[in-house]
Write a protein that binds this ligand. Structure first.
Ligand code: ZN
Length: 311
C-alpha cells in the first residue's frame, strides 16, 4: 500500500478566460493567486494557481484558461465536483455571498451528514463548500473573506464513473480506506491525511461519458512529501501494471501522471520545492514566471498570447 500519499496536492481544470477565472477565485472565493505562469506543454496558455498564503499542497486549484474554449459536458469518467472545506456554520454566509454574485447552481445538501453548498464556477465548473468542524489549516485572509468563513483548502473530489469498482481498488492501494458506503456512492479517506483527502466515487446509472472542455477538471494530483516517496509510488504503480510517465519537472513540484481505470487522469506531485521557489511570500503570484525552457518567449507571449489580468 502506498502510505506515501497524503491526500490531494492540486486540482487542475480548464477555463475559457483568464481574467474572469482570476476574478472568480480571488474576489468571489477569496483565495490567493500564488503563481502566474504558463502551461509548460503549451506556453501560449496561462497556468494560474490559487490557494492559501503559500499554496500549501491540498489547497491549490489550478487552471489552464484557453481563450474562448467551448464548455465541457458533464458525465462519467471525470471529477464532477471539487469540494472545499469551510468552518462549521459558514454556509448561510456563503449562500448570501455567492447569490450576490449571481452564481448558478446554488443548492444546499447533506452528504453523509456533512452540510454542503453546491455552486457553479464561471464555466459551469462543479464546486461545493463543505462544513468541516476542526479543520486546523490556516486560511488566506487578505482575499476579503474573514476567518469564520474563509476556505481552508480542499476537502476532496467527487468523481463520477460508469463503474467505480476498479478505481476504488486503485485508491485503496493508494492509501485510501473506505469510510462510508451508500447506494451508488462510496466515500474514501486517508488515515492521518492532509485534510484534502476525501474522495467520493459515484457510479452513474446513465453512463454517458463526459466531454472535456471549459469548466471540466483536467486532472487531480495526489500529494507525496518528496521525490524519494514519489519514486517509490511510481515503481509500485508500474509494478501493478499502470503506465506511468517518467518524472517531470514542473518547477514548483515534480510530477508523474497515469490514467485511472475510470478514465480520470491522476498525477502524483511532490510537496517540494513549492511556490516560494522563485518568488518571496509577500509577492507570490504577481509577476509572470516562465520556466527556463520558455523564458526566451516572454515578449511574444506577453504581447500576442496572454491576455492581461487585472487584479
Ligand atoms: Zn497537475
Amino acid at each position: 500500500m502506498l502510505t506515501q500519499i497524503n491526500g490531494l496536492h492540486h486540482v487542475t481544470s480548464l477555463a475559457s478566460g483568464a481574467q474572469e477565472n482570476n476574478a472568480f477565485f480571488t474576489r468571489v472565493l477569496g483565495l490567493r493567486r500564488v503563481k502566474k505562469t504558463v502551461n509548460f506543454d503549451a506556453p501560449e496558455v496561462y497556468h494560474l494557481y490559487y490557494g492559501d498564503e503559500t499554496g500549501t499542497p491540498g489547497s491549490v486549484m489550478t487552471y489552464f484558461p484557453f481563450p474562448g474554449a467551448k464548455r465541457g459536458r458533464a458525465g462519467a469518467g471525470e471529477v464532477g465536483t471539487t469540494i472545499f472545506s469551510v468552518p462549521e456554520g459558514a454556509l448561510p454566509w456563503w449562500r448570501e455571498r455567492l447569490a450576490s454574485f449571481d452564481l448558478h447552481g446554488l443548492k444546499e445538501a447533506r452528504v453523509f451528514g456533512e452540510n454542503r453548498l453546491y455552486f457553479e464556477g464561471p464555466d459551469g465548473d462543479g464546486f461545493a463548500l463543505a462544513e468541516v468542524p476542526g479543520d486546523a489549516r490556516a486560511p488566506w485572509l487578505a482575499g476579503g473573506v474573514d476567518a469564520d468563513h474563509a476556505i481552508r483548502g480542499f476537502r476532496g473530489a467527487h468523481v463520477r464513473l460508469s463503474d467505480g469498482g476498479a478505481t476504488e481498488e486503485l485508491l485503496r492501494f493508494m492509501n485510501y480506506e473506505v469510510r462510508e458506503r451508500a447506494d451508488g456512492l462510496v466515500r474514501l479517506g486517508v488515515p492521518g491525511g492532509n485534510g484534502a483527502d476525501l474522495i467520493e466515487l459515484e457510479t452513474l446509472a446513465d453512463g454517458t461519458h463526459a466531454r472535456q472542455g471549459a469548466g471540466s477538471v483536467h486532472h487531480i494530483a495526489f500529494s507525496v512529501d518528496h521525490r524519494e516517496a514519489q519514486l517509490e509510488v511510481r515503481k509500485a504503480l508500474a509494478d501493478t501494471g499502470y503506465s506511468v510517465t517518467s518524472v517531470i519537472d514542473r518547477d514548483y513540484f515534480w510530477a508523474i501522471y497515469f490514467r485511472s481505470p475510470g478514465g480520470v487522469l491522476f498525477e502524483v506531485a511532490t510537496n517540494e520545492p513549492g511556490f516560494e521557489r522563485d518568488e518571496d511570500t509577500a509577492h507570490l503570484g504577481q509577476a509572470l514566471k516562465l520556466p527556463s525552457q520558455h523564458a526566451h518567449l516572454r515578449e511574444v507571449l506577453e504581447e500576442k498570447y496572454l491576455e492581461p489580468i487585472h487584479d
